[in-house]
Structure formats: structure tokens, C-alpha cells
Design a protein around this ligand. Structure first.
Ligand SMILES: Cc1cc2nc3c(=O)[nH]c(=O)nc-3n(C[C@H](O)[C@H](O)[C@H](O)COP(=O)(O)O)c2cc1C
Length: 202
């Protein structure tokens, strides 16, 4: 039996997160989060990525990345991640931790592969073109190289990955108000209900 949170039922942290997304929707950067991974050398590594919504009807957060990127390599070594999200208008922070699943062209699960296909279809031309660029993170050669694939083809390029984050803890801090407020949502396979909510000191 899986010890990860199930894919049914809306988790209780979804309502405050949906509210924050709605109230901050005028700010394009309210969909940017910082994603922390762990390197094979056990060091933290952090970068900004775009939140792409939920994998319906689950509580899993969707992101996309390039399979050749450092973060993709980190995930094969250590799937545990944390994303940190700040909403400037409502002055709230959400820290969402759990296991991140990377879905690439070799995935054997038909449902996940279909989700990857749909995510590709949803991407703009500009968003798609990045997956035809040379290897991210590598030095730029003195002589320009011709990339074997080009964005004119209809096939989904191999480096395109869907990332699904299955949260197990969510820490929500509200700076607005005196006193500030903070809540911890924690998932447990054995508790009832499985998502426990606790108000904690900020
Ligand atoms: C505003 C913003 C949005 C970004 N969105 C993504 C994204 O959705 N996916 C992604 O892989 N990289 C995204 N990046 C680039 C990453 O921050 C990072 O530079 C790149 O993925 C390489 O990271 P890595 O070497 O740690 O894997 C974004 C950067 C910025 C500044």
C-alpha cells in the first residue's frame, strides 16, 4: 500500500491556497514558486519555476522542466522537495513539501503519459521552443552547433518533463494581522482524518 497521500478528496490546505491565488491573480509572478531540491552531494539547490495548476482531480501540483537540467538529476537521486511561495498582495507564505515525480517520455504509466501530453499541448510556442535549445547548464561553445531537433516538428521533444508534487506537509504563514497567524497541515497514513491541521506560533 502506498504511504503517499491519496489522489482523492480535496486537501484542507487547498482552500487557503486557492484563495491566495485568486486574490493575487493580478500579479503574474504570483504563479512563480521557489523549488528546493537536494543534490547527490546532499546540498540544497534552489530555483524559480512556474506553478501550472493541479493535476485534476488530485492534490498534486504540476510543474514542467527539462530532463537535462540539474534539478531533474537531483530528483532521480532524492524525490523529496519543498516549494516556497510568497503572495505579495495578501502577504502570505506557503511552504509545500513532499515527493516530486518526474514524468518523461519513458514513463510506463499511460495516465501519466497522457497528462504529460496534455501539458505539452497547453504550452505556448515560446514555452515549447526552450525544449529544443542546447543542453541547459553547459558552457556555450565558441562555434555555434546545430541542434538535431527543431521546434517545427509535432513530436514532443524528449527533454520535456511533467513534474507532479504530492504534498505531505504545508506550512501557511499570514503576515497580515496582529498577531500573525501560522498553520501546519500534515498528512499521515495512520491518522484520522489523514490531513491534520494545527495552529502554531508564527
Ligand atoms: C520567472 C522564472 C520562471 C521559471 N520557470 C521555470 C519553469 O517553469 N521550469 C523550469 O525548469 N525552469 C524555470 N525557470 C528557470 C529556472 O529557475 C532555472 O534557472 C533552470 O530551470 C535551471 O535550473 P537547474 O539547473 O537548477 O535545474 C524559471 C526562471 C524564472 C526566473
Amino acid at each position: 500500500m502506498s504511504q503517499a497521500p491519496p489522489n482523492s478528496h480535496l486537501a484542507p490546505w487547498r482552500a487557503p491556497l486557492a484563495r491566495a491565488l485568486h486574490r493575487n491573480r493580478a500579479l503574474p509572478h504570483s504563479r512563480y514558486v521557489q523549488l528546493a531540491t537536494v543534490t547527490p552531494q546532499e546540498r540544497p539547490s534552489n530555483r524559480t519555476i512556474v506553478f501550472r495548476g493541479f493535476w485534476q482531480p488530485t492534490n498534486q501540483l504540476k510543474f514542467i522542466t527539462d530532463q537535462r537540467s540539474a534539478k531533474a538529476e537531483h530528483l532521480t537521486h532524492q524525490p523529496w522537495v519543498e516549494v516556497c511561495w510568497y503572495f505579495p498582495k495578501t502577504r502570505e507564505q506557503f511552504r509545500v513539501a513532499g515527493r516530486m515525480q518526474l514524468i518523461d517520455a519513458t514513463c510506463k504509466d499511460a495516465e501519466l503519459l497522457a497528462a504529460r501530453d496534455r501539458q505539452w499541448m497547453d504550452l505556448s510556442e515560446q514555452g515549447r521552443s526552450q525544449f529544443f535549445w542546447p543542453h541547459p547548464g553547459q558552457p556555450i561553445p565558441a562555434e555555434p552547433i546545430i541542434t538535431p531537433e527543431d521546434s517545427g516538428t509535432n513530436a514532443i521533444p524528449k527533454p520535456f518533463c511533467l513534474l507532479l508534487l504530492n504534498p505531505e506537509t504545508v506550512d501557511h504563514l499570514e503576515l497580515r494581522g496582529d498577531p500573525q497567524q501560522r498553520w501546519r497541515y500534515e498528512w499521515s497514513a495512520t491518522a484520522s482524518p489523514q490531513w491534520q491541521l494545527q495552529a502554531i506560533n508564527p
